[in-house]
Design a protein around this ligand. Structure first.
Ligand code: XIL
Length: 701
């Protein structure tokens, strides 16, 4: 994805988060004084958010460091930005044990004051601050973090005191909570008044918060709303816990805000933060987990839109996130560019929110004997199950596009389970597992050579799977041959398909198709995951194709790193293929050894090899086929001996227009040419199985 300055992004008319969520809730952000000097960050704010919280600038210590001393400069500048841009603010915060006016609690000698003295000071503080920003602040975190963390019962099974043992609590007990809310209500009867806390989805703390708010509300304390801070990470909390907490809080209040959202990419806590980006790299599986946590959270919050009224991100970008850039916490990266997670959160499909996954899962047909998982259902979902009791994370590389895979979660039995977040394209997919950063195969699935390794394979049943199904028809033979290659001084392997009738007609000679695999694959691909032999058996049984031999050998493309295609020396393979393999096949099989009975085709990189080989020596092959592997330019074919037929194809999710256009041009230039686009498939084997099926019906007729 091209990087862009966010200003341009907004000017391009792309919708921001606030627009995407206008029917759900407000989207907010914490802004600090430094952000104001970064115009690109403020563009992000304007384009995406309709609620702003001062990160520190309205906190007691920031505006009121000493008795009688008010320092509103920084808060004012952020409030003015909001006023100017018509953005309303959440006020944060009025009473907290951190960043507080500790002077309020003691006298000149540092001795604790009477609580009445403290209340007078607190009231003056709240009254002054709330009134100053009344025009722009629509709600206040009145009391922040007054509840204790940890399990319900302490040592010796005794229930712990629910309140944090802060100086405020020591002086006043829980009465300071009630007082703060009363002062805030008196200062602004219209503001929404929040109790705000972190770990608010933790079941034990949730219960304590619930009990406290209930007790206060029953006593008439004006608590309107609950703020769940939302400092999360990629491991937790679970959506079940967040869901349960929202349900519980909604028994008490009509408004819940997520007030300080960020999702850390690891388990680091405050003390160990590293702010340098040097050498920073986010592993793909970590990114997938990060996206997954954001996507699942927002889906859950959308479900609760009746009570969740605003979701505020804590900081604009990772650049100056309070948890440090290495925690990768936000939707904008260290350079203030939107991450994949930004688009996944913004561009949700509301239809999918209520989509019901059918529970008709059956084992994938490519599973190892007796293995139940992976499973597939009739809608194209795949479900995985992995036993890895000590693992911290399990991510499956197969998933919805843009997400980097499917994140599995540990269930109650301690087993990792997960289902793709939507239907997969029909057909064959390679995948692997990443367990705690290490790549392994799924023990349930059979392996197929792709990505330069034996990958796990899964088959999403295609509606047209009949054409490559194993049926009761006469079957041809796939045999492994080994031939000597003088040019590479090696013994090389090829697989050769001979149609069923080959051994019944000992005199008959057959045309030959040389069929190449793609990058990362090898000579096994076309007959294993490609089902080339079954496709032919079925076509022949129906009389739809002429019988021919297929030769599949290794295209020597894997020595090349992905993305370095321009460095590939096509001539080495051309020598092996045309000077060594073709003569070998012609002398060991009953072939029709001439151009009009010889074809070459390949998928992806194999298509590029076909393109290069046929153009280098047009006299060798009479039929040329490119499956998702480039196109012929008629101008470059001028003056060459014309092939009998050119076939060019790809999946509809690739570049079908380019394929069609090139075939149109070829036809205009007088070539026999056919284009084919495989419906609703991408750069994957179903596209190529279908391409072979189409091409086979054209060949040698
Ligand atoms: C944090 C700020 O982001 C930091 O800059 C500051 O150093 C400490 O406070 N819960 C809250 C926020 O309610 O006020 C805190 O903000 C983060 C945790």
């Amino acid at each position: 994805m091209a990087t862009h300055v966010f200003g341009c992004f907004a000017q391009n008319g792309e919708k921001g988060l606030k627009d995407a969520y206008k029917d759900y809730f407000k989207i907010g952000v914490a802004v600090n004084r430094r952000n104001l000097d970064h115009s690109n960050e403020m563009e992000i704010v304007k384009a995406n958010y309709n609620s702003v919280t001062c990160e520190n600038e309205m906190k007691p210590i920031s505006v009121h460091p000493k008795e009688g001393v008010w320092t509103f400069g920084a808060a004012d500048s952020i409030a003015d930005f909001c006023r100017k841009n018509g953005i309303k603010m959440r006020g944060h915060c009025l009473a907290w044990h951190n960043q507080f006016c500790d002077w309020m609690l003691v006298d000149k000698k540092g001795k604790p004051v009477k609580k009445e003295v403290f209340y007078k000071r607190l009231q003056e503080h709240i009254n002054t601050v709330v009134n100053r920003y009344k025009d722009v602040v629509y709600g206040w975190d009145v009391v922040n973090e007054a509840i204790v963390d940890g399990p319900k019962f302490g040592r010796f099974g005794k229930e712990v005191n629910p309140y944090r043992q802060s100086k405020l609590y020591e002086l006043c007990g829980d009465e300071f909570i009630a007082k703060a809310f009363e002062f805030a209500r008196a200062a602004d009867p219209n503001a929404i008044l929040f109790y705000n806390d972190y770990n608010a989805a933790d079941p034990a703390k949730c219960e304590r918060i619930y009990n406290m708010v209930k007790k206060m509300k029953d006593a008439g304390v004006p608590i309107d709303a609950i703020g769940m801070q939302g400092h999360y990470n990629i491991f937790g909390p679970s959506m079940e816990d967040i869901d349960a907490a929202i349900n519980k809080y909604s028994e008490l209040v009509k408004t819940i805000h997520i007030t300080e959202l960020d999702i850390r990419a690891n388990e680091q806590m405050g003390g160990q933060l590293i702010f340098s980006t040097e050498g920073m790299k986010i592993d793909q599986h970590v990114e997938a987990m990060h996206i997954d946590q954001y996507v699942k959270l927002f889906r859950l919050l959308r479900k609760h839109k009746d009570v969740v009224k605003c979701v505020t991100f804590w900081n604009v970008s990772d650049r100056d996130s309070w948890v440090g850039v290495r925690n990768y916490p936000l939707l904008f990266d260290a350079k203030a560019q939107p991450k994949k997670s930004y688009y996944e959160v913004r561009d949700f499909d509301p239809k999918m929110d209520n989509f019901v996954v059918k529970e008709d899962f059956v084992p994938s047909e490519l599973n190892q004997p007796g293995q139940q998982y992976p499973m597939v259902n009739s809608q194209g979902y795949a479900r995985f199950r992995v036993v890895a009791p000590e693992a911290k994370s399990v991510v499956v590389s197969l998933g919805l596009g843009g997400r980097g895979g499917t994140v599995l979660r540990k269930n109650k039995e301690g087993v990792w389970v997960g289902t793709t977040d939507g239907p997969m394209d029909e057909g064959f997919h390679y995948y692997h597992l990443t367990i705690d950063g290490g790549v392994v195969n799924d023990p349930g699935a059979k392996n197929y050579y792709g990505s330069v390794r034996w990958e796990s394979g899964i088959e999403i049943p295609a509606h047209d799977k009949d054409f490559y199904a194993l049926k009761n028809v006469p079957h041809g033979n796939v045999q492994k041959i080994i031939f000597h290659s003088p040019s590479t001084n090696s013994e090389r392997v090829a697989y050769v398909y001979t149609p069923a009738e080959y051994y019944q007609n000992p005199k008959k000679r057959y045309p030959v198709l040389y069929l190449q695999h793609g990058w990362g694959e090898d000579e096994t691909a076309w007959s294993n995951q490609g089902h080339a032999n079954l496709i032919m058996d079925n076509l022949l049984a129906e009389g739809k194709a002429k019988p021919f031999i297929i030769v599949m050998t290794y295209g020597m493309t894997n020595e090349l790193k992905w993305g370095h295609m321009h460095e590939f020396d096509w001539t080495a393979f051309q020598k092996v293929l045309m000077d060594e393999l073709v003569p070998y096949v012609d002398s060991h099989f009953r072939t029709l050894a001439n151009r009009s009975n010889r074809a070459m085709a390949g998928l992806s990189m194999g298509g590029m090899e076909t393109l290069n080989a046929t153009m280098a020596r047009p006299q060798v092959f009479g039929y040329w086929g490119l499956f998702s592997g480039g196109v012929y330019d008629p101008a470059k074919l001028e003056g060459m001996e014309k092939p009998k037929h050119i076939f060019i194809s790809c999946g509809s999710r690739e570049n079908p227009d380019r394929v069609k256009e090139s075939v149109d041009n070829l036809k205009k230039a007088g070539f026999n040419a056919t284009s084919y686009v495989s419906d609703l498939t991408g750069h994957e084997f179903l596209t190529w199985r279908r391409s072979l099926k189409e091409f086979a019906q054209i060949l040698f007729k």
